[in-house]
Each structure stands twice: as structure tokens, then as C-alpha cells.
Design a protein around this ligand. Sequence first.
Ligand code: GLY
Length: 373
Amino acid sequence: VNERGRDVVVIGGGTIGCSVAWELALLGASVTLLERANPAHAATWASAGLLMPVTESRTGGPFLDLAVMSMKLWPDMVARVQDATGMAVDYRPNPVLVVAYTDQQVTELDVRYAWQSKAGYDVEQFTGSAARTLEPALGEVVRAALLDRSAAQVNNRLLGKALLAAAQAAGVRVVAGAPVAEILTEKHGAACGARTSDGLSYSAASIVLAAGAWSGAIAGLPRTVPVEPVRGQMLALATATPPISHLIMAPDCYLAPRVDGQMLVGATHEHTGFECVNTPAGVNSLLAALLYLVPGAADLPIAEIWAGLRPGSPDQMPILGRDPDMMGLFYATGHYRNGILLTPVTARAIADLVAHGACDVDLEPFSIERFSS
Ligand code: GLY
């Protein structure tokens, strides 16, 4: 590692913070991770663990390129985290079926199919009845579907715990319950540490901001970090065997069958600040969307209901790379709906950038400078 990479403070203990800290420690850095509450919690714990680079992209471009690159890194990250910790994370390929109900949605699926197949992705179109042959639990409302075979899923809660354990095993010092109040700077303006709300200071030559939805609320940042919480309410049904085997993306909900038999139903998108709660309207909208899509799910037991805060950025793309003005400050935030998917590529790129001053991923499209007027 270079001089800046020797001592690093990582702010945030989700999958992004833990994985960046882990990779940095493996590269020889001395890393302290400051987590405002509990590591491996917040959006890491609340998410659905869906890995769908193609389906999550509206079109080709930098987001898709980054997501596809990350997808390729997943098997290796899973193998390494299992080797380091002995912990399973239930990663498995799991194609996604995107379904349409209305004329407009059918047209949107045609548009998706056109660009995705032209770009060489493994996608296939189905009529509603053919989709029901694949997934008999889907209701008659499904008029058309698009199968994206490139998707996968992981148990995000197991992943969070495993990445935290891997980071600690590699020597990362994790401080929980330590909200960062301020980035500290030297006289000439370079970052030199972080002060937590209890007044303790942690000095470091480099700071990685990976605080998810809370990334903008820290004093001493050289610019506005435009990350806002976007609440997602979710629920899980308990089943012996989930009624579906694919991931399903519907216009108003998604479904994910888990290996443990649960079926996840997500998620709302709400701009309601930091209030991380379930509401009657939110849960009602998920249940209505579920029963519209899978009428036979009406009597399944509800196992759990929860909510999380996505770190949303104005263009829904992550903010990655160095600050152009404050030496030693790096961003790894704003991953919105795809923090789990983008974990391996973020970890590798940011760790290389901090430790070596360069990385082999083009981070230019994700620079915080894109928000400067
Ligand atoms: N990645 C799914 C969601 O954010 O709800």
C-alpha cells in the first residue's frame, strides 16, 4: 500500500463498508471501521439480496457495465468469504422472470427484450400462458414475461455477518455504536481522520465514506453528498416450499424464493426521511400486489415484516471514487437498490484506489463531480 493507504478509517459497517475494509486489510492497510449503530444491519440486513444486473438496468451504459463486472466477481467473493469464515451465504444463480399486466407494460418488456438480446444477454420472451407453464402459481393477470437467466440471489443477512467476520479476521478494528459527527482535516485541507459523536477522534491518512443513507449527514465534508434515504418496506411468507422458483419482478412488487422456504415480497419506495417503520399503507400495498400476482398465496403465514433505508442518489447510480478537492477522502455510497449486487466491484475498486492510488474499474461515471453544476 502507498502512504495514504496505510491507515484508513471506513465510515459505515454495511456490506460496502465491511467489504472495502476487508479488502484494504488484505492489502496490508491498518483499518478502523466506524459504524453508527450495529454492523451488518441497516440496508444490508433489510435488503432482498437480489443480484440482477440486466433486469435492474433500464438500458445499456455505465451502470450496467459496472453491475455486470460486479456479477462476474460474485463467485470469487463468495468462495473467499467462505474460506475466511466458514460461513455460508446461500449464493445461487436464480433466473428472474419480469412480468407485465397492461398493454404499456407489455410494450416495455418488448423494449427491454430488444436491447438486452441485441447486447447479447441471455433473455427470452414468454406469453402469459407460457409464463404460467414456467411458474404455475402466477395468476391470469400476467399477460407477458421476460426471462433473464443471468440473475442470482444471496442471503443478504448471512452475507453481512460473513463479510463482517471476514473483515475482523483480517484485522479490521470494528467500532459499533460510533456515529461519525465530523471529518477531520489537516491545515492544508487533506482528510486526516474522523470524530465520532462521543468526541473521540480516529486519525487516518484516508477516509472511506460508506455510510449508506446517512452519508450526507456528516460535518466537514467538502461538498454536499446527495444521498437520501428511500424507504423500502418488505415482508416474508413462511412456506414449506415457495410457490415460485424464479425471482419474479412485477410492476408493483418483486418476489424471491429462499432456500429456507421463505418467500420475500418487496418493496415500497418512499421518501419519508429516516423513519424506518412499517405502515398499514405500505404493508397493504405489498399484500395487494402479491395477491394480484399470486392469488394462491392468500393463506400462507406471514413470517416477518420489516423496513430499510436505501441510500438513494439523484440519478440512482452509486457515488464512487476520490473527492476531487479533499485529498484522502473516498466515496463508496449511494448504491440505492443495488448495494448487495455492487459489493464485490465496489470493494475491489475502492480498496485498490485507496491502497495503490489507482484501480482497473472506470469510476469516472460514478464520480461525485457529476453533481457539481
Ligand atoms: N433491490 C431491491 C430493492 O431495493 O427493493
